[in-house]
Design a protein around this ligand. Structure first.
Ligand SMILES: Cc1cc2nc3c(=O)[nH]c(=O)nc-3n(C[C@H](O)[C@H](O)[C@H](O)COP(=O)(O)OP(=O)(O)OC[C@H]3O[C@@H](n4cnc5c(N)ncnc54)[C@H](O)[C@@H]3O)c2cc1C
Length: 383
């Protein structure tokens, strides 16, 4: 079962899947073991036109819709969720605020380098004390001698160790509440060498997640994206698109969990038959295959609505919730098929898929946060 993609999107999906099988699959094991993103993959993806596809031609993009980004993330995640994340974040949340809200100079300076696969951008919003509760961030930008002085600590930032610049979100005026938040472009070259600490993660190990310490770093006015206020709305809008793309990743990881589990069920024998010949095993696999198929339809539907001009947070929340929970279920139920081998690190990919799947129900709004969005749409006011 699938959603009928337009011809152009179907062609993109096929070429992205071919790229992923050719370039990503052979390096997954090493990248995951070393917890290191193979940077040359980023250049190759940029040269092949897969980075920042939503940006216009003149900035090196393809003027494509969000469906293209969803398909890219899905097909790369089928091979490796961590690498997919690092191949997707810089051309999406890691640079999107520059495209939609930045000046022509900022766009010209950063985006052609991103789309060419030269520069990686990272989205630095979360802090040690504030993730879901964005208003709780403590980072600040103070005006001094005609410059902005940025300070704060950012936590769990995808691609931080590799990033060439950060979209740094902070308060310019705390008294204004949400309204007093701004977004800056913070070049990595302005930070000292020890500003970035790589973090050990349960999954997505090759994506390189890090903590970023920003201690009184001066940036000029032209580092500010848009106005010194209204940055919460800009971040929220960026994350709305990001959530759909993450949902694409969840389908890729979930589908891989289904496929490796089905293959194992056809191979492994017990009591003189394939274990897939036991109804308990077969039905469990049928169930997760159905969950991923229906999640795919939901995500493609939400992406197609977005591309048709309806960028509804409700559709996005539905897609993110359904797809990320389906990925967790597929990996978790798939894992049962492997019996004891599921528990042996590195032996079968299901162990990595199980760890990777948990990411989707956390990032860019946990499942609880998606429930919150949807409950509010129903006119409820959950606390
Ligand atoms: C691998 C990885 C990569 C990431 N990459 C990035 C990145 O590139 N950039 C970035 O800025 N951030 C990034 N994050 C951060 C991620 O977006 C946050 O972890 C996420 O938003 C949750 O925030 P938190 O961890 O502070 O959890 P908390 O907000 O402390 O939540 C803890 C628990 O409380 C629940 N909860 C909180 N508030 C509510 C509520 N109102 N109602 C119901 N339940 C609630 C949550 O659902 C969760 O179960 C990344 C995280 C990980 C793990």
């Amino acid at each position: 079962m699938t959603f009928e993609l337009p011809d152009e999107a179907q062609a993109l999906k096929e070429s992205a899947a071919a790229f992923a099988a050719r370039e990503i699959a052979p390096v997954v094991e090493e990248a995951e073991r070393n917890e290191k993103f193979p940077r040359d993959l980023y250049s190759k993806a940029g040269q092949a036109g897969f980075i920042g596809m939503r940006y216009p031609d003149e900035l090196g993009g393809q003027g494509a819709g969000i469906t293209a980004e969803v398909l890219w993330r899905e097909t790369c995640s089928y091979q490796c969720a961590g690498i997919a994340s690092a191949l997707s974040v810089p051309g999406n949340i890691g640079s999107y605020p520059i495209y939609e809200f930045g000046s022509a100079e900022q766009q010209q300076r950063y985006l052609p380098k991103v789309t060419a696969g030269e520069w990686m951008g990272a989205f630095a919003l979360t802090e040690p004390e504030a993730g879901s509760d964005v208003k709780g961030i403590r980072s600040t930008a103070e005006r001094k001698n005609g410059l902005w002085v940025l300070s704060g600590r950012k936590m769990f930032i995808t691609c931080a160790p590799s990033a060439d610049f950060f979209i740094f979100t902070c308060y310019t005026d705390r008294d204004l509440g949400y309204e007093g938040i701004a977004n800056f472009i913070l070049d990595r070259s302005l930070l000292p060498d020890d500003a970035i600490t790589p973090l050990k993660t349960l999954g997505h190990r090759s994506s390189e997640v890090g903590e970023v310490a920003v201690d009184r770093i001066e940036v000029p006015d032209d580092a500010l994206i848009g106005e010194p206020t209204g940055g919460f709305r800009r971040a929220a809008r960026t994350l709305n698109g990001g959530r759909l793309v993450v949902a694409g990743g969840a389908i890729g990881t979930g589908q891989r969990a289904v496929d490796v589990s089905v293959a194992y069920a056809k191979e492994r024998r017990a009591f003189d038959r394939e274990i897939g010949g036991f109804q308990a095993v077969a039905f469990r696999l049928a169930d997760i295959a159905a969950a991923i198929d229906s999640a795919r339809v939901t995500v493609y539907w939400a992406a197609s609505r977005w591309d048709a001009g309806s960028e509804s947070p409700k559709d996005v929340a539905v897609a993110k919730l359904i797809a990320s929970e389906a990925a967790v279920r597929a990996a978790s139920e798939g894992l049962r098929t492997f019996g004891g081998y599921a528990y042996i690190g590195g032996e079968f990919p299901i162990e990595r898929l199980f760890r990777d799947s948990r990411y989707y129900v956390i990032v860019e709004g946990t499942s609880d946060v998606q429930h919150l969005v949807l409950a509010r749409q129903l006119g409820l006011k959950p606390q």
